[in-house]
Design a protein around this ligand. Structure first.
Ligand code: ME8
Ligand code: MG
Length: 533
């Protein structure tokens, strides 16, 4: 399904982008979900030895942000500075290793959007007409009466859309309709899908049947917070044209030709399922209009709900990653990273509950993996003076799948963004080491003077922990670094590669460094308004 290598020349940087978040409110775990997934993919690519470029940022113009800033009684730029900084702070805590954080209020982004607009004009794709219709500022989208509820509300925001009647600019989307259909269909046929998960392609093809030209500007009297239309100061560029263009600005377009050549086209646009239409229809059409290469794929992930309810400001059940960390007294983001990436099969909707969070982190990480490390290091201290023994593994039963096979399955899972499967298989591999300890009873081997077998068992388990630390590191980088240090490494884990899993072993004689648990068991509970009913 996903073969990033196949879209582009092999020495091209692997480029992955996230949606840029509206800054009308602080980040919540739904926003975090998408950014963590992107970070995991980036880290995995780097571990595989590939250069990767990870772009994220904030979407700062438009009606919604303008209104919220006004409600706070501050100028929009001052407001967006504040909220954008909150996003950055949350991403820092979550250990997101991005390369650029773009803000649509960045000066160079204005230059890019203006240039793209002029190109579309020169192409004959922009024309002025009278627009009469409805606009939902929650969606930042023009909506049709037939898409509303019986009471005339936007189904996503439960709000009445605003009537709009104004002269504005249109983009000739219809001119690219056939080409976009062709793009999606030919990629489906070749197996190099443009839309992922694959089952979402039909939904887009269906939308394409009814596509019309789209309004791409607003009268400045109604929306003032945005990039002005070049040569027409009475009009402001539609926020989605502005927002989608971030991918080009963020890859260095018109600023850094070398970077742009290396990074464009993006291999993956990671987005939520609610904004697929913009990315799978408008975006390729815009790129065709300005004659720039098309991205590898658009991956639409599912939504994270909280206690089975949609996360929304109006419901009041917004949980921010930082507040979650605070309530569970987390010193590392890894429980949040691990839980969100394994809460459901990536692509589908997932449900966050505090009980499940606690239960699974304690079971998978604190108990299963944490105890394995702890008991192994304790025995290494006690029986082997804390030193890694001769690299000799215990013979595995012949009916067991080989590690090469398991490793291949884990690679494939990461390649297909199947994080749940990757984690399951890695932890299953670790479990095998737990089982080996239980079955071989090293304490009895020691007691009976079976020294060689004792060394073999402990070596096997220690080296399994080494493998697990590398394999799990895209998901839980700090936790794996902690395992790494306790295994006695001085050189940081991030300086090792995926190939080291098979090519190297734990060095004989290396002194392990037994410390406290890598992850304390989670005890606290969410309190207050978010408490499960
Ligand atoms: O749509 N679970 O911004 P946004 C999972 N600015 N993902 C979620 C989510 C949830 N509960 N809630 C939101 C915008 N998201 C535009 C994007 S891109 C050129 C412009 C995801 O702040 C959502 O699907 O409403 C989207 O991918 C991202 O968070 C930002 O949403
Ligand atoms: Mg949204």
């Amino acid at each position: 399904m996903i073969a990033p290598e196949s879209n582009t020349p092999t020495n091209k940087t692997f480029t992955i982008t996230t949606a840029i978040d509206y800054v009308n409110a602080a980040p919540h775990i739904g926003h975090a979900y998408e950014k963590i997934a992107t970070d995991v993919i980036t880290r995995y690519q780097r571990l595989r030895g590939r250069e990767a470029y990870f772009l994220t940022g904030t979407d700062e113009h438009g009606t919604k942000v303008q209104k919220t800033a006004a409600e706070h009684g501050i100028p929009p730029k001052a407001y967006t500075d504040q909220i954008s900084a909150e996003f950055k702070k949350a991403w820092e805590f979550l250990n997101l290793d991005y390369d650029r954080f773009i803000r649509t209020t960045d000066a160079e982004h204005y230059t890019v959007v203006e240039a793209l607009w002029r190109k579309m004009v020169a192409k004959g794709d922009i024309y002025k007409a009278r627009y009469t219709g409805l606009y939902c500022s929650g969606c930042e989208n023009f909506v049709l009466a037939r898409d509303l509820t019986e009471d005339g509300l936007c189904p996503h925001h439960q709000r009445k859309p605003d009537p709009v009647e104004e002269e504005n600019y249109f983009f000739k989307l219809t001119r690219y309709k056939e080409a976009v259909i062709q793009l999606i269909q030919s990629r489906l046929e070749s197996g190099n899908d443009f839309i992922l998960p694959r089952y979402r392609a039909q939904e887009v093809l269906h939308l394409l049947e009814e596509v019309e030209d789209i309004s791409v500007s607003r009268a400045r009297d109604s929306v003032s917070w945005g990039i002005p239309v070049p040569d027409d100061s009475e009009q402001v560029i539609y926020v989605w044209i502005d927002a989608l263009s971030n991918y080009l600005t963020g890859c260095g377009y018109l600023q850094d030709d070398k970077l742009f050549a290396r990074c464009w086209p993006a291999d993956v646009h990671m987005i939520g399922k609610d904004i697929l239409r913009f990315h799978a229809i408008y975006w390729p059409a815009m790129l065709m209009s300005v004659e720039l290469p098309l991205p590898g794929c658009v991956f639409a992930h599912g939504f994270i709900n909280l206690n089975d309810a949609k996360i929304s400001k109006s419901i009041g059940n917004v949980v921010s990653p930082l507040s979650l960390a605070e309530r569970f007294e987390l010193s590392s983001p890894d429980p949040i990273r691990y839980y969100l990436m394994t809460v459901t099969h990536f692509g589908q909707d997932g449900n966050f509950t505090e009980d499940d969070f606690k239960t699974r982190i304690n079971a998978d990480l604190a108990n299963n993996l944490g105890n394995l490390l702890n008991r192994t290091l304790n025995m290494t201290m006690k029986y082997l003076d804390g030193k890694v023994p001769v690299p000799r593994r215990v013979q595995r039963p012949t009916d067991f799948p080989s590690f090469e096979t398991v490793l291949g399955e884990i690679e494939s899972a990461y390649d297909h963004f199947a994080f749940t499967t990757a984690a399951e298989k890695i932890l299953h591999w670790a479990d095998g080491a737990n089982k080996l300890i239980n079955d071989s009873e090293p304490w009895n081997l020691h007691k009976n003077g079976e020294h060689e077998q004792l060394q073999r068992v402990l070596y096997t388990v220690l080296d399994t922990l080494r493998q697990v630390a590398i394999m799990l590191s895209p998901l839980t980088p700090s936790l794996c670094q902690a395992i790494w240090e306790q295994l006695g490494y001085r050189q940081p884990l991030c300086e090792f590669t995926w190939d080291d899993i098979l090519k190297t072993t734990l060095p004989e004689g290396q002194t392990v460094d037994l410390q406290g648990p890598i992850l304390p068991r989670l005890e606290s509970e969410l309190v207050g308004s978010n408490k499960k009913k």
